[in-house]
Write a protein that binds this ligand. Structure first.
Ligand code: NAD
Length: 315
C-alpha cells in the first residue's frame, strides 16, 4: 500500500484561483487589500519566509509594504512601527515575522497589532475568540491544515485526531480547530510518556514538533491520514542517510546541496498511511495561502463586508 499524497501546492493553486476572483471583485469597488510584513534583523530563514509572502502578494495583486528595521531595534521603536501600520488605511493585514531578537518583548508587540489586522491570528483577543468558536482571524498553518483535510475530503467529524505539539502558533489552535470540526482530539507534547500509544490510535495524525522524522511507520495506524507540519533543515549526512534510506534521489540531492528540508514524519510512513502530506510541498504552501486569504478577509471585514465561508471560516 502507498499513501495518497496530499499536494499542498495543488490545493494552494485552487485557493489562489478563488482569491483572485475575490480580489478582482474588491478591485471593482476600489479596494486593494494590502499586507504589511515587518522583518526585524536579518535571520536568513525569516528572510526567505518574508520574501515568499511578499511574492505571493505580488502574484495575487495585493498591496504590500515590506519593512526591515535593524536587529538592534527596541521594543518601543517596533511598537511605534506597528502603531503606524495600525493607522494606515492601505494596510489591512500586519505580520511581524517571528522570532524577534531577544531584546524585544514579543508579547507586547503581538498585543499591539490591531486585532482586525492580525492576519497571523496571534493576538490574545483573536485566540480567545477562536476558543469560543466565534468568527475571528485564525493562525495560518492550522487553518491551512483544515483546508487540506476539507478539500481532500478527509472525514473529520467523529474522527480520532492526535496533534503532536502544543505551541501557541500551531499545536493549540490546531487542536481547537479539529475540536470545533467535531473530531475527538488528543494533544501530545514533549512530556508525553508513550507517544506511540496515542499516535497508533489516530485516524488523523498531525505532527508539529519540529523533530525530523519523529513519526515512523510503526507509530501510524494503517490507513490513517498523516499531516506533516514540521520543517527542519538537516545538514548531518548520517541523519540524511536514515531519513532517505529508501529514497536515493533525495539522498543524492542532499549530498549535492549539503542540506535538505525534512518534516516530522519519516518518508517511509507513506507505506502505512492512507494519505500523507509531503515536505516540502505540503502544509508550507497552505500557510502562505491562508495568510493571503486572511488579508483579503481582513480587507472585507474592515469595510463591513461579509466573507465567503469556504476559506475563511474557523470551522
Ligand atoms: P515549537 O518548538 O514552538 O513547538 C514544538 C512542540 O512540539 C512543543 O509543544 C513540544 O512540546 C512538542 N515536542 C517537541 N519534541 C517532541 C517530541 N519528541 N515528542 C512529542 N512532542 C514534542 O514549534 P512550532 O512553532 O509549533 O513548530 C513546529 C514545527 O512546525 C517546526 O518544525 C516548524 O518549523 C514547523 N512549522 C511549519 C510551518 C509551515 O508552514 N509548514 C509553519 C509553522 C511551523
Amino acid at each position: 500500500m502507498s499513501a495518497r499524497i496530499l499536494s499542498g501546492t495543488v490545493i494552494r493553486d485552487q485557493i489562489y484561483a478563488e482569491l483572485a476572483q475575490e480580489i478582482a471583485e474588491l478591485k471593482s469597488i476600489g479596494v486593494r487589500p494590502g499586507l504589511a510584513a515587518v522583518l526585524v534583523g536579518d535571520d536568513p530563514a525569516s528572510k526567505i519566509y518574508v520574501r515568499s509572502k511578499i511574492a505571493a502578494c505580488e502574484q495575487l495583486g495585493l498591496g504590500n509594504v515590506h519593512l526591515t528595521p535593524p536587529a538592534n531595534t527596541t521594543t518601543a521603536e517596533l511598537l511605534a512601527i506597528v502603531r503606524e501600520l495600525n493607522s494606515r488605511d492601505d494596510v489591512d493585514g500586519i505580520l511581524v515575522q517571528l522570532p524577534l531578537p531577544p531584546q524585544i518583548e514579543a508579547k507586547k508587540i503581538l498585543e499591539a497589532v490591531d486585532p482586525a489586522k492580525d492576519v497571523d491570528g496571534f493576538h490574545p483577543i483573536n485566540i480567545g475568540r477562536l476558543v469560543e468558536e466565534r468568527p475571528t482571524m485564525v493562525a495560518c498553518t492550522p487553518l491551512g491544515v483544515m483546508e487540506i483535510l476539507r478539500r481532500s475530503k478527509i472525514p473529520v467529524e467523529g474522527a480520532d485526531a492526535v496533534v503532536i505539539g502544543r505551541s501557541n502558533i500551531v499545536g493549540k489552535p490546531m487542536a481547537l480547530l479539529l475540536m470545533h470540526a467535531d473530531a475527538t482530539v488528543t494533544v501530545c507534547h514533549s512530556k508525553t510518556r508513550d507517544l506511540r500509544k496515542f499516535t497508533r490510535e489516530a485516524d488523523i495524525l498531525i505532527a508539529a514538533a519540529g523533530r525530523p522524522a519523529l513519526v515512523v511507520p510503526e507509530d501510524v495506524r494503517p490507513g490513517a491520514t498523516v499531516i506533516d507540519v514540521g520543517t527542519t533543515r538537516i545538514t548531518d549526512p548520517r541523519q540524511a542517510e536514515k531519513i532517505f534510506a529508501h529514497n536515493p534521489e533525495r539522498l543524492e540531492k542532499f549530498r549535492k546541496n549539503g542540506s535538505a528540508v525534512v518534516g516530522d514524519v519519516h518518508p517511509d510512513v507513506a507505506r502505512v498511511a492512507g494519505a500523507l502530506t509531503p515536505v516540502p510541498g505540503g502544509v508550507g504552501p497552505l500557510t502562505i495561502a491562508m495568510l493571503m486569504s486572511n488579508t483579503v478577509k481582513a480587507a472585507r471585514l474592515r469595510r463591513g463586508q461579509r466573507t465567503p465561508e469556504a476559506v475563511t471560516s474557523s470551522r
